[in-house]
Design a protein around this ligand. Structure first.
Ligand code: REL
Length: 825
């Protein structure tokens, strides 16, 4: 049959689609199953992806599907065609399709007409993503293996490509994950349960990880690198697995030239890891790896830090370090060019501006124009700095290294994954709008239980514009529908939203109020208990409600999705609730004078602690017939917060109850930032709310997100009205999301009843005490004392000097009131 005929059918469908809705494309029903045609020249990776899709179809329908290899499109043979530009089918593409895909990176088209469905990729990964896009449209979860979201059986399997044609391609070129701090989950699980033959994170585990990445439309890995793990390239089969799945292998900020220093820098062999005094040995060490990885799809980290996550060794001034780093990068580039025998511009190289490296860069370091600059967050989800106009024009572009999990001070969060979806959305959208499009890597810890946040991050990396400030919750809803069906999806979404929101104020891992090191005993916290504003009881109840809602849903989840529900929803929510209950009941017990009551509360603390033990045992031993044994630890790094708490309050922590107000606190006036009564934007900048961001769940900021400083007289503002009962001295408190400005110059100014006050700077520098407090409670505070001369209505305006300032909540309370930890939503 003439290929031209079928391609003209595609062309007709393209022009007809704008006016006419294409009918469902039937893949299978009781009597029928479609044919699957694969380009005979298809790459092995495409063959694997199609086979994987066919497994999904088989699980859905109970029917076996076979691949038929073809070298052309044929009108007589209707079915699903899969091809890649440059292969037999691809070569014969209609002019229109070819133009859409020409010279594109990882793009695909899914085109549907009444007869056939055609998936064509601009390159191999593009085709693979197209195949998995179809799987997703059919309701298959990318987490089908990693979270046991078993493929749903269906009587009729069909698809309707909106308007008959989907063209898709990535917003960010390199998109991936960093496996980090794997010592309590991924490593022991791989070593003992999944891959004991390797006894480590080896090719069998990486194969599953790479399959997941491709399902999530990602292409890059920073492999695990902690002391419990052997270097990626030292484990036989890892490198080959990355090649098989066409995954780019990079290494983290501390591991230049694809080396893992913790495992590989042998001091007795090489001497000091110090470029000032031992550069020949360091170079030889790098050269070894670069030579053996010549053929790997690599993404080479340049620069140098210490052996692990610390500054470069050697006693030197900032200036000397800057000079040395410039020399190091130049030496590394020469090595790469000579070894790879390619122009240096053709070798992807990344320089990650993490921790002290950003300070060195900001001190004037010059980085060659074709090297990608990778900005980083402050480990807590707030990007420290993004490219200024001139940096955005660099040939190598820029990217972001972002944390969804972290080991370090002021506190780890390695256990549950609670970064609020709105924060991921806000920071990564801001990054993109400021030119960070080359590479995005998320530190996902052990992968589990960061499934949802990882998917959100990678979905944004694929199509940053697909999720807007008002569809962040919808993304979670769509995810819930896919994973657990329509009936309970709304309720699941609300439970998850509240789980993320409650953790904004204090992550479960921080409930011990301890800094990570060297504290050995936990402290009671700062939630206040009072008859008028008992935030302790309120928080206890909020978590109890979540668990009740969860229990009501759980019973109705179909059996085949119960394991998935446990991993994706139940464990995180219940564990977070128990961790809060453990500390908050202990706090109540410590304050309780009635011995019987005290005893009851103590029992509740024990029950909460025991509940975490039980849940973790279920995770490791019971669900999915023991598949995840070793994956979940209830006490990563054995931090004090994970033990039974002490029932002891420091003297200065009793303030709330006994002190000056005679046990009765006036409740502060709580205002949510989105409840402004008037607002003024400036030029193209307008105020909008962002869903799922902040304790209010609807923080307010200026759109768009490029960096812009306003003239004093043109500063945008938000206006709030409130009533006070008695005149007198008050404090107005503003809570802002602790975002960073490139030049530490975010400022807000308050105007009350027409009187302008002084401006407040709201950025923190480096790792100051204030920064620690801000990140642990996810807000920066501005406290503004004001004397109201009249009772009744008051008018407050909040001016901002530039974009990037995000307002969450406000409160007004009489001077001398205790400091409440929470402003009520
Ligand atoms: O989050 C990071 O990137 C760093 O803290 C890591 O490199 C490091 O391995 C950390 O987990 C501590 O050991």
């Amino acid at each position: 049959m003439k290929k031209a005929i079928l391609f003209s059918i595609f062309l007709i469908s393209i022009s007809a689609c704008s006016t006419q809705k294409t009918a469902e494309f039937l893949i299978a029903d009781e009597e029928f199953q479609t044919n699957i045609y694969l380009d005979q020249e298809a790459d092995d990776l495409v063959k694997w992806a199609v086979k994987d899709l066919l497994e999904d179809l088989q699980m859905m329908t109970g029917k076996g599907f076979a691949i038929q290899y073809v070298d052309d499109l044929d009108e007589q043979k209707v079915g699903i065609y899969v091809g890649t530009v440059g292969n037999s089918i691809g070569k014969n593409l209609s002019a229109k399709l070819a133009i859409d895909l020409e010279n594109k990176w990882e793009n695909f088209i899914i085109e549907q007409n009444q007869k056939s469905l055609c998936i064509v990729g601009s390159d191999v990964r593009g085709t693979v993503y197209g195949v998995f896009e179809l799987a997703k449209m059919l309701g298959v979860s990318p987490w089908k293996w990693w979270a046991d979201v078993v493929v749903q059986q269906k009587e009729i399997v069909s698809v309707n490509v909106p308007n008959g044609k989907l063209i898709s391609g990535p917003s960010v070129q390199y998109r991936g994950i960093f496996l980090n701090d794997e010592d309590w989950g991924l490593q022991p699980w791989a070593a003992k349960t999944f891959e004991p033959e390797t006894g480590d994170i080896g090719p069998k585990t990486y194969e599953k990880i790479f399959q997941l990445l491709l399902r999530l439309k990602a292409n890059t890995i920073w492999p695990a690198m902690h002391p419990s793990t052997k270097a990626f390239f030292k484990i036989p089969g890892n490198k080959e697995m990355a090649e098989k799945y066409q995954i780019f292998v990079g290494t983290s900020h501390a591991e230049p030239m694809l080396r893992n220093n913790v495992d590989e820098w042998d001091k007795s062999r090489y001497g000091e890891f110090n470029y000032f005094s031992n550069s020949d040995q360091v170079k030889a060490y790098w050269q070894e790896r670069i030579t053996e990885t010549k053929d790997v799809k690599g993404l080479v980290t340049l620069g140098m830090r210490g052996i692990h996550d610390s500054g470069m060794e050697g006693d030197a001034s900032t200036e000397e370090r800057v000079d040395l780093l410039e020399t190091i990068i130049s030496d590394q580039r020469q090595m790469l060019q000579e070894t790879y025998q390619k122009p240096i511009e053709e070798i992807p190289q990344v320089f990650t501006l993490y921790k002290e490296v950003l300070e060195l860069y900001d001190a004037g370091m010059k980085v060659p124009d074709d090297v990608t600059l990778m900005w980083s967050d402050d480990n807590y989800g707030y990007i420290r700095r993004l490219g200024k106009a001139e940096e955005q024009n660099r040939k190598g572009g820029s990217g972001v290294y972002y944390h969804l999990s972290y080991w370090g001070r002021p506190h780890d969060y390695l256990w549950l994954s609670t970064t609020q979806p709105g924060l991921i959305w806000y920071e990564m959208t801001r990054a993109y709008q400021n030119g960070a499009k080359k590479i995005w890597i998320a530190n996902v810890g052990d992968i589990k239980p960061a499934e949802y946040t990882t998917e959100l991050f990678l979905d944004m990396a694929w199509d940053v514009k697909a999720i807007s400030e008002s569809s962040i919750n919808k993304h979670l809803l769509d995810w819930s529908i896919r994973e657990f069906g329509e009936i309970h999806a709304k309720e699941i979404t609300e439970v998850m939203q509240e789980y993320y929101r409650l953790a904004v104020l204090r992550k479960p891992e921080y409930m011990g109020w301890s800094q990570t090191e060297p504290t050995t005993k936990t402290r009671m916290g700062a939630f206040l208990a009072d008859q008028d504003n008992d935030e302790v009881s309120r928080r206890i109840e909020a978590y109890s409600n979540l668990v009740s809602r969860l229990e009501a849903i759980q019973e109705d989840i179909p059996d085949h999705r119960q394991d998935a529900f446990f991993q994706l929803v139940s464990y995180p929510v219940r564990a977070a609730a128990s961790m809060n209950h453990k500390f908050l009941f202990a706090q109540q017990a410590a304050l309780e004078k009635n011995p019987e009551q005290k005893e009851k509360l103590t029992k509740r603390v024990e029950a909460a602690y025991q509940n975490i033990i039980n849940l973790t045992e279920i995770y490791n031993q019971q669900i999915s017939t023991g598949k995840w044994n070793g994956m979940m630890s209830m006490n990563p790094r054995n931090l004090p917060v994970f033990s039974m708490p002490t029932f002891h309050l420091e003297e200065n922590e009793r303030i709330s109850i006994d002190s000056e107000n005679g046990g009765k606190l006036p409740k502060p006036i709580a205002i949510q930032a989105k409840d402004y009564v008037n607002s003024k934007g400036s030029g193209d900048y307008e105020w909008k709310t962002v869903e799922a961001l902040g304790y209010s769940d609807q923080a307010v900021t200026l759109f768009p997100f490029d960096n812009f400083v306003f003239d004093k007289e043109a500063q945008p503002y938000l206006e709030y009205h409130f009533d006070i009962k008695e005149k007198g001295d008050y404090n107005v408190e503003l809570r802002l999301i602790p975002t960073h400005a490139n030049d530490f110059d975010h400022e807000v100014t308050l105007e009350i009843n027409g009187k302008i006050g002084k401006s407040h700077s709201i950025n923190t520098r480096g790792r100051s005490e204030e920064w620690k407090q801000n990140t642990l409670q996810n807000h920066a505070k501005v406290i503004y004392p004001i004397s109201f001369t009249e009772s009744g209505k008051q008018v407050l305006k909040v001016y901002v000097n530039q974009t990037g300032i995000v307002l969450d909540q406000l409160s007004v309370s009489p001077n001398g009131s205790p400091k409440f930890y929470e402003i009520e939503k």
